[in-house]
Write a protein that binds this ligand. Sequence first.
Ligand SMILES: NC(=O)c1ccc[n+]([C@@H]2O[C@H](COP(=O)([O-])OP(=O)(O)OC[C@H]3O[C@@H](n4cnc5c(N)ncnc54)[C@H](OP(=O)(O)O)[C@@H]3O)[C@@H](O)[C@H]2O)c1
Length: 290
Amino acid sequence: MTKALIIGATGTVGGLVLKEALSRGVDVRALVRDKERANLPDTVEVVQGDLADRDAVRSAVKGVDSAFYVSPHETNEIEIATTFGQEVERAGARLVFGGFHIEDPAAREAAFQAIPAYVGKLKLAAFLAGTDTKPAMVSLMNFDQNDEVFLEDILAGTFPTPLHPEGVNRVDIRDAAEVLTNALTDSGFAAGAYQLVGPESLNGVESARIWGEELGREVRYTGDDPEWRKAFAKRLSGQKLADWISSFELLSAAPFPTNPAEVEVMTTLLGRPPRTFREYVRDFVRENVS
Ligand SMILES: NC(=O)c1ccc[n+]([C@@H]2O[C@H](COP(=O)([O-])OP(=O)(O)OC[C@H]3O[C@@H](n4cnc5c(N)ncnc54)[C@H](OP(=O)(O)O)[C@@H]3O)[C@@H](O)[C@H]2O)c1
C-alpha cells in the first residue's frame, strides 16, 4: 500500500487531500506545526515540525512513496519549498505539488513582469518541477472554498470578493483533491504539468446570486466597492492577507475564461464532469448552515 506524506493537512487544500486519501484507506503521514491544534484522526501518523526545519522535513519524508506539497502563505516560501524538494528527492519519493505553476519558461518570465507578487510562487514551483521526483505539478484555478473565509459576510448579506465582470474560472477543491490523491497513490500517474479547472467562469454578481438563492436570502455583491481590501483585512492577516490581496487584484483586473479543452481533461482525470459552483454552495449550505 502507498505511504503518502501530506503537507498543509490543517489547511484548505491539504485538508481536503487528507480527507480524500483517508476515505480511500491510504496510509497517511502529516507534517504539522502543532499536533494538539491539528487534531487529526488517529489513523494519521503525525510528525510535528516546521517546514523551515530540515531535520523535521527529513523525518517526515523518510519511507514515504509520495509527498504532497502546498506552498503555505509564508515569507520564506522559496526556502521551505527548496528544502522540501531536496528532501523528497533524497528520499526517492514522488512529489505532487498543488498550487500555481507555469511550465513554459518564456511564459513564466513574462508572468514575472505582469504579476510581480507571484514571482516567489512561480520560482518555487519551477524549482520543484526540476527536481528528480517525477513531479506532478498541479495548478489550481480560483477555489470555490475561498468564499468560506467570508462566510460571516455572506450570511449577513454581502459577497465581498472582487471577481472580474467577465468571470473567473472557479474550481471545487474536493474535485482537485480527488485528482491530487490519484497522483499520490498511482505510481503510474504521469509526471508533468496539469491545470485543474471548474466547469465555468463566474463573476462576483453571479457568485453572490448563487449564494443568495441557496441560502434563501439576499446576498449583494460588494467586491466593486473600492474599499474591498478592508473586508479582507477583517478576515485575514499577515502574509496570507498580502497574498490574497495580490491574487484578487489580479482576479478583479483580468478575466479567467474557462477553456473547454481543460474542462475535458479535468473530466477525464475525474471520470465525471467537475462540480459546478452551485453544487459546491448547495453542499456547503446543507452541511454547515442550519
Ligand atoms: N486560493 C486560491 O484560489 C488559490 C488558487 C491557486 C493556488 N493557490 C495557492 O494555494 C496555496 C495555499 O493553500 P491553502 O489555501 O490550502 O493554504 P492554507 O489554508 O492557508 O493552509 C496552509 C497550511 O500550511 C501549513 N503551514 C503553514 N506554514 C507552515 C510551516 N512553516 N511549516 C509547516 N506547515 C505550515 C498550515 O498549518 P498550520 O495549521 O500550522 O497553520 C496549513 O495547514 C498558496 O500557495 C496559494 O498561492 C490558491
